[in-house]
Design a binder for this molecule. Structure first.
Ligand code: ZN
Length: 317
């Protein structure tokens, strides 16, 4: 009899332990400064407290874009755009570098959506304003956006400080950006979706044939002889695209705080043969150790994507 009770106790302990594991299987890593915690899943609910990075809280439940977190003394809801949801039990807690390599390896869309629950991150303290805008801005719905991940295949592009290839970074960036734009109703096309080589002319033919509303060619810069150089450049060619360049460039600078190297009119092939509104974005210097490390992080790519999204929304508004 005693033996039976002993086993029952052990089994209940295991049971309770696995339940608590299930409940606390996810953590929310706070990314937004002074992020509002509300007493319900929506901006219409009252703010009960604020949280800050790098705090981390167990996630109790999720509802749409909101996550209920356990603050110890109380519980409340945060917007997932300003936190990363980390799966404790997920065996694939691989480093960002590995994720990047995996993505480049397979070029598959599923890899991206697998990571979806990680949510967005924000560097913007003005979280309420964005939350409120979010629901009402439909300016991207049905817009055709062609994304051109620079280089690919035998053309690896620039080589980063760590030896990483520009062609892999541009592909991962385009995939994160696509996810963000699609979530806001855009029709997104990629000129390449894996490691293959795509000639410059077919990239633009693509955009012209699709009658894309905007074509964005994505690149990373490199000056190995000047490793301290960092920042973002945006290039446009046609005067028609000057405003587009200002909006998109401004959006990225706002969301990432990267060094602003400005916008410039430049006669680049992908812009010249493009009949659609188009930009070439140089999204940072992979010859700079910090900048290369930044772009290996999904949180960072999400901030950059959010900046591009905001710029496009302004453009189409
Ligand atoms: Zn390039």
């Amino acid at each position: 009899m005693k033996r039976k009770i002993f086993f029952l106790t052990i089994i209940s302990f295991i049971f309770i332990f696995s339940i608590s594991l299930l409940i606390y299987a996810k953590d929310a890593k706070i990314e937004g400064e002074n992020l509002n915690v509300r007493n319900g899943p929506g901006t219409e609910y009252d703010v009960i407290t604020k949280v800050n990075p790098p705090e981390q809280y167990p996630v109790l439940e999720e509802s749409g874009e909101w996550a209920k977190i356990d603050l110890g003394d109380k519980q409340g809801w945060i917007h997932q755009d300003y936190s990363s949801i980390i799966e404790d039990t997920e065996p694939s807690q691989e480093s960002e570098k590995e994720v990047e390599d995996d993505l480049a390896e397979s070029g598959s869309d599923n890899e991206i959506s697998d990571n979806k629950e990680q949510g967005d991150n924000s560097t913007d303290p003005n979280t309420d304003a964005i939350e409120n805008n979010k629901g009402i801005d439909n300016s991207l719905v049905g817009k055709k956006i062609a994304l051109d991940p620079g280089h690919g295949g035998r053309d690896v592009g620039a080589i980063g400080d760590s030896g990483g290839f520009e062609s892999n970074y541009t592909l991962k960036t385009a995939q994160v950006l696509r996810e963000k734009l699609e979530a806001h109703g855009a029709d997104v096309f990629l000129t390449r979706s894996n490691k293959q080589y795509v000639p410059l002319t077919s990239r633009t033919t693509h955009a012209n044939l699709l009658q894309a509303d905007v074509f964005l060619s994505i690149h990373y810069n490199s000056t190995p002889e000047l490793p301290e150089v960092r920042g973002i450049d945006t290039y446009y060619l046609s005067e028609r695209d000057h405003q587009l360049a200002e909006y998109v460039h401004g959006g990225i600078i706002n969301e990432t705080d990267m060094n602003d190297r400005g916008i410039e009119q430049r006669d680049l092939h992908v812009l010249r043969v493009n009949h659609r509104p188009s930009l070439l974005l140089e999204l940072g210097f992979i010859s700079n150790e910090t900048e290369e490390r930044n772009i290996q992080s999904r949180a960072y790519l999400e901030a950059m994507s959010r900046g591009i999204l905001m710029g496009l929304e302004q453009y189409f508004r």
